[in-house]
Every structure is written in structure tokens, then in C-alpha cells.
Write a protein that binds this ligand. Structure first.
Ligand SMILES: [Zn+2]
Length: 213
């Protein structure tokens, strides 16, 4: 298996919940095979919280969601970059990534696609490629933002892993009204399509930025 030599994986989520959407089932698979998983969200998007919720609600929802995925709470970092302004903070983000690279020393990093149309996502992808030059890097799929996406690596998902991914995303109660694509139906259907492409029941797909063997 391609992940056999991986000891520490780092998931980079521009905003809380991107990592769960992009690779929740694969995170579950890695944790169950003994990989230590770390998660950094760069923004808890105070500006995007609907009325009636506390401004920092997404920070708490992210902690609960990552816990559902089985990520140790000490391995979860939620930073406070302002949503849609990441490109103005490019250098600070790069410096943060270098600090985390030293602290965590991951051998596999999950990032958005460099072709992701959301400006914050593209910034994280580009800075991560700069910061983690000699590491394995995979880009996860966020279909609503990915109009160009190279399907290089399919990772088979157990139905139980998808259920955990769905349960984790249910923790984002403040986003239910906004994010139709968080529905169980959408997540399972996409995984079914990706699985069908490679003769499996379910899968998540990744763009390979770099794999070192
Ligand atoms: Zn995002």
C-alpha cells in the first residue's frame, strides 16, 4: 500500500471543514493503520458564521469534527487568518508552515489543489508546496471548487470510514443551512462515483503533487 511507510500525516485545511470534506475517509483509514494525523485549519471564518451563532463557533465545531475522525485533540490547530485574505498574508502563512514542519515533521501532507478556484485554497496549496519541498504531497478533491482536477490516486474507502466522515461533518451545525454539499447523500454519491471508476465500492481521489518511494 502506498501509505505503508507513512508515520505522520498533516492535513492542511484553509478553512475549518475543508480537510474533512477532502479526505475524511482517508484520514480514518490512516489513523486505523497507526499513522499519527495532524490537522491545521487556517481560519475559523468568523465572517461566515450565520446570525444566532457565536463568532468562534467554527473553532469549536472543528475540534469536535476532528475528534470524531479520531484525530488526537493535541494534534489539531485552528489559526485565525481572515477568510478571503490569505493571499495578503502569503509570507506569514509560509513561515507558519515552516514552524509546523519542524514541530510535526510530517512525511505526508494533504492540501487543496493548486487549481482550486477559491483564493484561500490556492494560497495554502502553493505555500505548502514551497514549505514541504521534500515530502509526499497529495491534493484532495473539493468538486465545487475544482474545475481542473487530475485524478491520479484513488484511495479505497470502507463504508464505515465514510460514515465517520459524514458524522464528523455533522458537527458543523452552523453550516447546515449554507452547505448543501455537506449532505450525506452528496458525500456517499461522490465516493460511490470515485469508487466505481476503479472497481471499488467507495473511494476518495487525490491529485499527486509529489510521491517519494
Ligand atoms: Zn475552504
Amino acid at each position: 500500500m502506498i501509505f505503508n511507510s507513512i508515520k505522520r500525516a498533516l492535513v492542511l485545511a484553509p478553512h475549518t471543514d475543508d480537510g474533512e470534506f477532502g479526505c475524511g475517509a482517508t484520514i480514518d483509514k490512516l489513523i486505523k493503520s497507526g499513522v499519527e494525523v495532524y490537522y491545521i485549519a487556517f481560519s475559523y471564518c468568523e465572517e461566515s458564521v450565520p446570525e444566532g451563532f457565536a463568532p468562534d463557533v467554527l473553532k469549536h465545531e472543528a475540534k469536535r469534527a476532528t475528534k470524531k475522525l479520531g484525530i488526537n485533540s493535541e494534534n489539531v490547530f485552528v489559526l485565525d487568518y481572515k477568510v478571503r485574505y490569505f493571499s495578503y498574508k502569503r509570507q506569514e502563512i509560509l513561515e507558519d508552515l515552516i514552524v509546523y514542519r519542524r514541530k510535526i515533521n510530517p512525511d505526508l501532507i494533504f492540501i487543496p489543489s493548486v487549481n482550486d478556484v477559491h483564493q484561500d485554497h490556492a494560497t495554502i496549496a502553493n505555500e505548502a508546496i514551497r514549505a514541504f519541498k521534500n515530502r509526499n504531497i497529495l491534493s484532495y478533491e473539493l468538486p465545487w471548487n475544482n474545475f481542473k482536477f487530475s485524478m491520479d490516486l484513488f484511495v479505497e474507502a470502507e463504508e464505515s470510514s465514510l460514515d465517520i466522515k459524514i458524522d464528523a461533518l455533522k458537527e458543523y451545525e452552523s453550516q447546515v443551512a449554507i452547505r448543501g454539499y455537506a449532505s450525506e447523500e452528496f458525500i456517499k454519491s461522490l465516493a460511490r462515483v470515485r469508487g466505481t471508476q476503479v472497481g471499488k465500492d467507495f473511494a476518495e481521489v487525490f491529485e499527486v503533487v509529489r510521491l517519494i518511494n
